[in-house]
Design a protein around this ligand. Structure first.
Ligand SMILES: Cc1ncc(COP(=O)(O)O)c(C=O)c1O
Length: 363
């Protein structure tokens, strides 16, 4: 019940013990096709260039930045946020110049600030974190933000690492140009194969770059030789991770993406009601609540680390502390994928009540 990795379903673990096929074996190519189709379903997109990046969520993030950002491009980001700051570091390495939004780390981005930034600067690429794992805040207005960028001729990149497969992500409806994610959150698969999708408009920019991306490994035009029609060797795919993502995505399709979103909302809703009954407050306002990551305030007089250790030692439950400025201020409780189950929530609530009582806390 931490911020990821979430528990992996036994079906996915079993799929990972399947004997290896060659990365160009016709049977493996069929598996690749299936993974790509299932990824389109999960992202709610028809984008042809949709594939799992070999690596963790940061590799998928860097695939977006390294390909879309050209030397001299201006990139708009909310750099006070943990993930926007990571994107900014990557954008600078790609030769881009970063313009920072003024939004504090602990608030969603206001479209009015984005509009103003677009009037003040000639922005080429805009990065948005949809689901912030550090603050438990869900960014609303995704379509509006993508529209602002498109109207100014810019491209949007959406980080859906902590939302894909658990919280509504609708790439085509939002109109974002690129979206990426990771396996170890709401998809419940081991880190290593990270969902990525890019639309035709952004592919045009990538294919017409004046110079190649600085990363060879993450160069989309080369990756597409392997994941596209040609099926030519680029690097040896992490076969076992591809098995795992296929099985996890099959489970998404069997459950149905909308039912899966609803399960996360309902189960995390029970967690929220239970924690609030214990007198624990949420970091995010109700309208920005992120069901997959519940960031809650540590009550006054309670030692956050002692509670984390007690839950782990006595109950075998993992939750996490805050990162950066929120260290010591919040706990981060995941409700993701195979871990988003009622019995987990009930167990955690009982354990939390005990852990707080050990600290002398009463609601
Ligand atoms: C929102 C967000 N973006 C990006 C990442 C980076 O992913 P990874 O740690 O898999 O490289 C994370 C990791 O937790 C994340 O929460």
């Amino acid at each position: 019940m931490g911020p990821g990795p979430s528990n992996v379903h036994p079906r996915v673990l079993r799929a990972m013990s399947t004997p290896l096929l060659g990365h160009l074996d016709p049977s493996f190519v069929e598996i690749m096709d299936e993974v790509q189709e299932l990824l389109r379903y999960t992202f709610r997109t028809d984008n042809k260039w949709t594939l799992p990046v070999s690596g963790t969520g940061s590799a998928a993030m860097e695939t977006a930045i390294a390909n879309l950002v050209e030397p001299g491009d201006t990139v708009l980001l909310r750099t006070k946020g943990y993930w926007g700051d990571r994107m900014a570091k990557m954008a600078r390495r790609a030769g881009g110049e970063v313009v920072s939004l003024p939004t504090p780390a602990n608030e969603p981005v206001d479209p009015a600030d984005v509009t103003e930034a677009f009037y003040d600067h000639d922005i080429d690429v805009y990065g948005i974190c949809h689901a912030d794992t550090t603050t438990g805040i869900r960014q609303p207005h995704m379509s509006e933000l993508a529209d602002i960028a498109r109207d100014h001729g810019a491209y949007t990149i959406a980080d859906t690492v902590t939302s894909l497969g658990g919280v509504p992500v609708t790439v085509d409806e939002w109109g974002v140009d690129v979206a990426y994610s990771a396996g170890q959150k709401c998809l419940s698969l081991p880190p290593g194969a990270s969902p990525f999708t890019i639309n035709e408009r952004a592919i045009e920019k990538v294919l017409n770059r004046e110079e190649s991306p600085r990363s060879w490994y993450l160069d989309l035009s080369l990756l597409e030789d392997y994941w596209g029609e040609e099926r030519a060797y680029h690097h040896t795919a992490p076969i076992t991770n591809v098995y795992s993502i296929r099985e996890a995505l099959r489970m998404v399709a069997e459950e149905g993406i909308e039912d899966r979103w609803e399960r996360h909302r309902a189960v995390a809703g029970e967690l929220k009601a239970g924690l609030e009954a214990l007198g624990i407050e949420y970091n995010a306002a109700e309208e920005h609540w992120l069901p997959s990551l519940n960031a809650v305030e540590v009550p006054d007089g309670v030692d956050d680390t002692a509670v984390i250790e007690y839950l782990l030692e006595e109950y075998n439950i993992e939750i996490a502390s805050g990162l950066g400025d929120l260290d010591g201020e919040i706990w981060r409780i995941g409700c993701m994928g195979h871990s988003a189950r009622r019995k987990n929530v009930e167990y955690l609530l009982a354990a939390m009540e005990d852990a707080l009582a050990q600290q002398g806390y009463t609601a």
